[in-house]
Ligand binder design. Structure first.
Ligand SMILES: [Zn+2]
Length: 215
């Protein structure tokens, strides 16, 4: 009888172990973005000098994207914010991603936009060590989003451009709606929110993101 129970428990272990191996779970890392700027090569040269090229400080989660050693000052009619990090590589058009609180300090109104959606956005002045430039558009508050590959999208049952909600545990935990799914074959799975959004719920890069589908 003892032998029978031992064999049975061993069998159960093997069966449940096999079940676990088949069931894959993907966790979504949380990336918390501070205010930052993307620059065109022309604006790099106006701010840092003719022929200047941006230098990499560290890689970011998305392949090919990196934080640069260079920073600029963002200037609005009511105030300025120094040491705003430049992200590389250079883009066709400059873009400035600030937070809601920054709008009050700078004295500007910035719409919530996904990166790259510059149409109708206001301008802002940038100051570098060698010069300054007024960009006529490109100022925004970043819309929260989740980067993923087509395979991740299949796994989570979502599509590019879909809006989902995300949920966080913790003493100040809660949820955010209107989180855009951004699918790209060269993406790395990562949920991007800004520092203000993270602070409001005491989130860190170790926080666990749970997707809640809206349909
Ligand atoms: Zn992002």
């Amino acid at each position: 009888m003892g032998n029978y129970e031992q064999v049975l428990s061993l069998l159960m272990e093997v069966v449940s172990g096999a079940g676990k191996a088949e069931k894959e779970t993907r966790s979504i890392p949380l990336g918390i973005s501070n205010r930052h700027v993307h620059l065109s090569q022309a604006d790099v040269e106006t701010l840092f000098g003719a022929g200047y090229t941006l230098s990499k400080m560290r890689d970011l989660s998305q392949p090919g994207q990196y934080a640069c050693n260079e920073t600029v000052t963002v200037c609005g009619p009511k105030g300025a914010i120094e040491k705003v990090r430049v992200l590389g590589p250079v883009r066709r058009q400059s873009q400035v991603e600030i937070m809601r609180g920054d709008c009050f300090k700078l004295g500007v109104k910035a719409p919530v936009r996904l990166s790259g959606e510059l149409e109708g956005t206001p301008g802002i002045t940038l100051v570098g060590p060698k010069g300054s430039v007024y960009i006529t558009s490109g100022l925004m508050v970043a819309q929260r989003h989740i980067h993923m590959t087509p395979d991740d999208a299949l796994y989570f049952g979502v599509t590019n451009g879909e809006m989902v909600s995300i949920q966080f545990d913790g003493l100040r935990g809660g949820g955010y709606n209107q989180v855009a799914i951004r699918v790209s074959s060269d993406a790395a799975l990562d949920c991007h929110i800004d520092v203000e959004e993270a602070n409001a719920m005491d989130l860190t890069s170790a926080s666990v993101v749970t997707i809640i589908k809206n349909r």
